[in-house]
Design a protein around this ligand. Structure first.
Ligand code: FES
Length: 94
């Protein structure tokens, strides 16, 4: 099953449920950039506008990294998550 991933900057893609976003070719059509792909650099930080319940749970590396890259709330690292339903996101990294 695929789920809609919509960005506040206008892009929209469909990604397969349960696949890590860092491994999805569809991410090339989004504003998201990846660096370390291991939850430590923060390059891929996203703010979840809608659908937080549709994103996989947060692990320790992500919990440690996010406060060092943004003070915004409801943030996740694209390289550490998979999607379980529709979401709306803002890419905060660059
Ligand atoms: S790519 Fe480095 S934290 Fe996601």
């Amino acid at each position: 099953m695929k789920h809609k991933m919509e960005f506040t900057s206008g892009e929209s893609v469909e990604v397969a449920e349960g696949v890590n976003l860092a491994d999805c070719d569809e991410m090339f059509d989004t504003p998201v950039l990846f660096g370390c792909r291991s939850g430590s650099c923060g390059t891929c930080v996203l703010q979840v506008v809608e659908g937080m319940d549709n994103i996989s749970g947060m692990l320790a590396d992500e919990k440690d990294c996010i406060p060092s890259v943004t003070k915004e709330s409801n943030c996740r690292l694209a390289c550490q998550i998979h999607i379980e339903g529709p979401v709306k996101l803002t890419y905060l990294g660059n």
